[in-house]
Design a protein around this ligand. Structure first.
Ligand SMILES: [Zn+2]
Ligand SMILES: [Zn+2]
Length: 267
């Protein structure tokens, strides 16, 4: 059985192509039974507005995906989610946004260290001015805070910091990874296994297989996402992700309805 794909976008974020219906059709063509949309949420005061839907669009987005779900009922399960950027100072804003609609689930992502969008190709030069180990430590600390916030059902691409191939595997980084996993385990939040990394310079799923194995041993749940920004990416490499999970001893992945987890066995 194909894995539910809970991570895909729409043109509302200004950097994805294809109508939501095209993603649904691509999912059916790929043999998927369940998908979820997770558009990039607005951030306070219009921060990073070029890369996300605006506050004024959230209601339309929610209604559009709900209508699509009704249209495909019986053929394809379509969940209505959202991908929120976590910054510690935005907790109140995020609480309000996640409560304002009847989301099936909320993905929590870290794309910013301070003001710096470390995974934005336009901000790649920011890496030159920084120590890679310090970036990794700051990144994992933020993901741990996102987990502990209790705001999210899934931590999206939880080692995104490696996207452009900057690697760091020091003892301090391993400790920070462990703290992140402990925070996830304590909060009961799922980790996303994301095939998007296979399409990026790093050429590896998020999170790395070593982290998948550690998380599995700790009983942390998983959810699958392609992070599709085009219909052709829907369900991308779900078989590879399922195999990696199976090799780590993971027996199920999650989807969500009205913020309640649904288990999908992957044996
Ligand atoms: Zn995006
Ligand atoms: Zn995304």
């Amino acid at each position: 059985m194909a894995l539910p794909d809970l991570h895909m976008h729409t043109p509302r974020c200004n950097h994805a192509t294809g109508a939501p219906r095209d993603y649904a059709e691509a999912a059916l063509a790929a043999g998927l039974k369940e998908i979820g949309f997770s558009e990039h949420a607005p951030m306070p005061n219009g921060f990073d507005q070029a890369w996300r839907m605006s506050e004024g669009e959230v209601g339309d987005y929610f209604a559009e995906i709900r209508a699509l779900a009704a249209e495909y009922r019986g053929r394809l399960v379509i969940r209505t989610g959202i991908e929120c950027d976590f910054r510690p100072q935005d907790l109140g804003y995020l609480e309000e946004l996640t409560r304002a609609y009847d989301w099936d689930y909320v993905l929590g992502s870290v794309h910013f260290i301070g003001e710096w969008g470390f995974d934005n190709p336009d901000e790649l030069a920011g890496w030159d001015a920084r120590d890679v180990e310090e970036v990794y430590l700051a990144y994992y600390d933020l993901v741990a805070q996102a987990a502990a916030s209790g705001l999210f059902d899934v931590l999206a691409h939880p080692d995104l910091v490696k996207k452009f191939g900057h690697r760091c595997d020091t003892a301090r980084v391993r400790e920070a990874e462990a703290r992140m996993l402990q925070a996830a385990a304590r909060a009961g939040v799922a980790l996303e296994i994301s095939s998007a990394g296979l399409r990026k310079p790093v050429g590896e799923v998020y999170p790395a297989p070593r982290l998948i194995t550690q998380a599995a041993k700790m009983g942390i749940p998983f959810a699958f996402g392609s992070d599709a920004h085009a219909p052709a990416d829907v369900g991308h490499a779900w078989q590879t992700c399922r195999r990696l999970l199976q090799q780590a001893g993971v027996r199920e992945v999650r989807s969500f309805a009205q913020r309640k987890p649904i288990a999908h066995p992957i044996a």
